[in-house]
Structures are given as structure tokens and as C-alpha cells.
Design a protein around this ligand. Structure first.
Ligand SMILES: Nc1ncnc2c1ncn2[C@@H]1O[C@H](COP(=O)(O)OP(=O)(O)OP(=O)(O)O)[C@@H](O)[C@H]1O
Ligand SMILES: [Mg+2]
Length: 280
């Protein structure tokens, strides 16, 4: 069936989700943030830029029927209609441009093509969420340069905090506006002898959103159903709604209402009081 075509627009937000090291929760955050934004009425595209080992398809339970590789080898110029032909649709309405199915296909995605994809995607969607591989690879730097917002994901341990600080310093060297960076602390309730005060001292900034450790998260990843859908009442799900609310609030000024509505549905366990959420 033909997909509905969308009128061109030019003001979509590009949110680059990054973390200097592997396994901090970037893909978890990208997928759940996307679902939370879609539930808040936003038109969302996720792009899996972990070109060799992309996990977004698994996390969202999507078969890799069409990928960025198919788009790359199709030839011709790129426009909104063509982009639509190569995205997969999730039940929530989130569109997904999947990473190549095999590592050897990754080199087909040139930086020029990536820049084109990002421009067309921003002209088509309210939010484009880019999940990235660890570190500042060429495609990550190109996406940072093109982005309107950054979500930096770190975890609560000294090695991750050190690398998150280095990542923030690198963004500073790139002259990235710190006001556009949302800091997400994952596994934030882990008891590892690091206090919230320590986190602020090391990073020089207070995290905007805290995600707890939750055994339902790996289960949701294994089942291919984001925790925002499988456990919508959980504290973890509320954290992703908080992040979506912050991002939406910066463009529509109703993020507080969305976050409050989403948070109100969540069971706030005692661990929530461990941290003071800060919203811009
Ligand atoms: N808060 C959490 N509670 C429990 N498990 C978690 C949590 N955050 C992440 N995980 C688990 O840690 C693993 C890594 O998460 P994820 O894939 O999102 O990290 P990543 O930063 O994308 O990794 P990579 O750098 O390899 O792409 C996953 O199996 C996920 O289920
Ligand atoms: Mg990942």
C-alpha cells in the first residue's frame, strides 16, 4: 500500500544520542525517547548510525527488511518520498531507518549521503533521533555538526563519568552550545559509592534525567518491546517521558505538561526521591 506523502518542512529537530563508551544505554535511550515522543504526538524518525553493529531493529522488534544500505545502493537523488520508501514503520508510528544488516555494508554509507539523509529527514519529521556508535567517529561528528540537540548518556561509575566528562569537554572544543546538551545518567540508582554531589563535581553539570537500573530493561530489549510500552508505569519509562518532555518543551513550551502527564502515570518508587529532576 502506498505510504501517505508528507508536505516538506524545514524545522524538525535532530537529536544526536551519544556516549563516549560502549554499553552506556544509547540505543535504549534512542528507542524509548522516540516512542515517548511519538506518544506525545510528535512525528519521529530514528536513524541507526551504529553502521556496523546497529541494535535499533532488535530493540524495536523490527525485521531488517529495508536498511540504509538499500537506500545507499539505490542511486539517484534523495527526497522525502524516497526516504519514506526505505524506512520501517513501528506500531507506535515511529519510522526507523535501520543500519546495514552486515558490517561489510557499512562503508556504502558515505558522510555525504549521511548529510543528505539528515537534511531530508529534518525537513520531513518533527524529531529525528540519531542513535550512534561509541566514540567520536566521522559519522558521529557529522551528525553532531548537523544536530539541534545532543543527549549525552553516561552511567554511574567512575570510568563512565570520566569518559562522559571527556565527551563533554570534546563538545566544548567543538564549540557546541552547552544549553543544547541534555545529560542523562543511566543506572543512576546503582549503589557504587558515588553520590549525586560527586557526579555534579566530576561532570561540572547536573544531569537532566536519571534512569534507574531495572531488570525489566534487558527483558524488554530481548522481547523487542521498549520499556515505555512494556512497562509504561515504571520509573524507567517515566524517565524517558521526562526526557521527551524536556525536548518538546524547548520547541513548543508544553514539555512540562507532557512530562507531568507522563510522570503522573508512573509509579514513583522510593528511588525517585534519590534524585531531583531538573527540567529546563
Ligand atoms: N538502566 C538499565 N537497567 C538495566 N539494564 C540496562 C540499563 N541500561 C542499559 N541496560 C542494558 O545494557 C545493555 C547496553 O545497553 P544499550 O545497548 O542501550 O547501550 P549502548 O550504549 O547502545 O551500547 P553500544 O555502545 O554497544 O551501542 C543492554 O543489554 C541493556 O538492556
Ligand atoms: Mg547501541
Amino acid at each position: 500500500m502506498a505510504r501517505p506523502r508528507t508536505a516538506p518542512r524545514s524545522d524538525g529537530r535532530l537529536v544526536c544520542v551519544l556516549g563516549p563508551k560502549g554499553g552506556t544505554g544509547k540505543t535504549l535511550t534512542s528507542c524509548n525517547l522516540s516512542v515517548a515522543l511519538a506518544l506525545a504526538g510528535q512525528k519521529v524518525l530514528v536513524i541507526d548510525l551504529d553502521l556496523q553493529f546497529g541494535d535499533v531493529a532488535l530493540c524495536l522488534g523490527l525485521p531488517p527488511e529495508k536498511t540504509m544500505y538499500d537506500l545507499a545502493v539505490s542511486g539517484g537523488s534523495l527526497d522525502s518520498d524516497k526516504l519514506h520508501d526505505y524506512v520501517m514503520s513501528h506500531d507506535t508510528g515511529v519510522d526507523v531507518l535501520l543500519a546495514p544488516a552486515r558490517p561489510d555494508q557499512a562503508s556504502a554509507i558515505t558522510i555525504e549521503l549521511l548529510r543528505d539523509i539528515l537534511v531530508v529527514a529534518r525537513a520531513t519529521y518533527d524529531f529525528v533521533i540519531a542513535d550512534t556508535p561509541p566514540g567520536f567517529t566521522a559519522e558521529v561528528i557529522a551528525t553532531i555538526d548537523a544536530s539541534s540537540d545532543l543527549v549525552m548518556v553516561g552511567t554511574l561509575d567512575s570510568l563512565s563519568l570520566k569518559n562522559t566528562k571527556l565527551g563533554l569537554e570534546t563538545l566544548g572544543l567543538m564549540d557546541y552550545d552547552p544549553q543544547k546538551i541534555q545529560l542523562v545518567l543511566n543506572r543512576a540508582d546503582t549503589r557504587v559509592g558515588i553520590s549525586q554531589h560527586d557526579v555534579v563535581m566530576v561532570l561540572g553539570a547536573e544531569p537532566n534525567v536519571f534512569i534507574p537500573s531495572d531488570r525489566e530493561i534487558p527483558r524488554s530489549v530481548n522481547e523487542g518491546v521498549p520499556i515505555t510500552l512494556s512497562r509504561p508505569q515504571s520509573y524507567a519509562a517515566a524517565s524517558f517521558h521526562d526526557l521527551a518532555g524536556i525536548l518538546v518543551g524547548r520547541s513548543t513550551a508544553n514539555g512540562e505538561a507532557i512530562a507531568a502527564a507522563a510522570s503522573g502515570q508512573a509509579e514513583r518508587g522510593q528511588s525517585r526521591s534519590l534524585f531531583r529532576l531538573r527540567r529546563k
